[in-house]
Design a protein around this ligand. Structure first.
Ligand code: OGA
Ligand code: NI
Length: 368
């Protein structure tokens, strides 16, 4: 039986009321492997969303940023790429990053070792379960089963990688692969964040300083979406924006990510070995809404296992990001965003239902 959200908190108002501990649930992996499964349990069945028709082949592909030009020593190349980056953030909030220098074998190894993790026994994986949303290692299913009324067709492993590095002890090679991968990815993130800062007309290190990026919170979110016998009824992850500054996502060769663009869901077909980057709520806050975090969701299919690995990069846990004063026009009030410590924001988001941009709305409504 599904538990409901804590009383007194309407769905669009996330709250920090402590939720009951998650129910013991079977992983979707175990469920999908049950012999003869031809339909999904009703707890996984979503009502249709009539408002946004998916479009499979958009004429307008998501923008691509050539990372090697972003870090080019040729100032013209660099400033042209920064303009493209600014346009990608403003128009889409999502873009692919190519020529980023992270070796293909490292990306593949990361995906494979996550696959191995999900293949451990339920008991072994259960050791990583975690009790609190800010625990540095958390394995689970759906998003937040203590408040999800309908469950998502997804298992996950979330691990804090920075400022303190954590790793499950099994599979044994996880630690070394994740350590390398998260470090290299942080390097890519830092240059993109500098580019974003400049594209806003700010000093290149403005965002970095305002968010204390040196101590950034880097969270790895490995998602497993097993084949689903009724994919049109289930959902991998619902529409949401990401918290933080910049998410860099890779996946195995199975598609499933959709991005809301001009009120239509667009299927994303990433260029092999590229990163899929998207800006998070804190870039929206910092840029005073000039760049908006964008809704995205994951759908499932009936044939292939999909694995995606998102590295979310966020301000330091104690940093309280607010709009850059120089981006305000004369007489304009700062976007009413209560400066909230980043860790409180994450706790708010992770303790509630995953619901569009409700966390950002929540702090905006409270005002400064
Ligand atoms: C996420 C996310 C999408 C995907 O983990 O925040 O949006 O394609 N994942 O798995
Ligand atoms: Ni996301």
């Amino acid at each position: 039986m599904a538990t409901t959200a804590p009383t007194g908190s309407p769905p669009s108002q996330p709250s920090l009321t402590h939720s009951p501990p998650p129910r013991k649930l079977t992983s979707v992996k175990a469920l999908s492997e049950s012999p003869g499964l031809s339909s999904i349990p009703s707890i996984y069945t979503f009502p249709k969303q009539p408002n946004h028709e998916p479009v499979s082949d958009t004429k307008e592909p998501i923008p691509t940023i050539d990372f090697s030009l972003l870090i080019s020593s040729n100032p013209d190349e660099r400033s042209k790429t920064i303009r493209e980056l600014g346009k990608a953030c403003g128009d889409w909030g999502f873009f692919m990053v190519t020529n980023h220098g992270v070796p293909e074998r490292m990306m593949k190894a990361m995906i494979e070792v996550c696959r191995e993790f999900f293949e451990l026994t339920e008991e072994e994986k259960g050791e990583c379960e975690g009790k609190h949303v800010l625990d540095p290692i958390r394995y689970g299913t759906s998003f937040n089963p203590s408040v999800d009324k309908i469950l998502y067709w997804r298992d996950y492993l979330k691990i804090f990688q920075h400022p303190a590095f954590h790793s499950p002890s099994d599979p044994p090679s996880f630690r070394e692969i994740a350590l390398d991968y998260s470090k290299r990815t942080r390097g890519v993130m830092k240059e993109i964040v500098r580019g974003i800062s400049e594209s806003l007309g700010l000093e290149d290190k403005y965002v970095e300083k305002a968010s204390n990026l040196e101590n950034c919170l880097q969270i790895m979110i490995a998602n497993l979406y097993p084949p689903c016998p009724q994919p049109e009824l289930a959902m991998g992850l619902p529409a949401h924006s990401d918290h933080g500054l910049l998410t860099l996502l890779i996946q195995n060769d199975t598609v499933g990510l959709q991005v809301l663009h001009k009120d239509k869901w667009v299927n994303i077909h990433p260029i092999p070995n590229s990163f899929l980057a998207n800006i998070g709520d804190h870039i929206e806050i910092l840029s005073h809404g000039k760049y908006k975090s964008v809704l995205h969701q994951a759908v499932v299919n009936d044939r292939d296992v999909r694995i995606s690995i998102a590295l979310a990069h966020a301000p330091a846990a104690d940093a309280a990001v607010s709009p850059a004063p120089m981006l305000l026009e004369d007489g304009q009030n700062p976007l009413a965003c209560q400066a909230m410590k980043y860790k409180e924001y994450v706790e708010l988001q992770q303790s509630n239902k995953l619901d569009g941009k409700s966390c950002l709305e929540h702090i905006r409504n409270r005002g400064i």
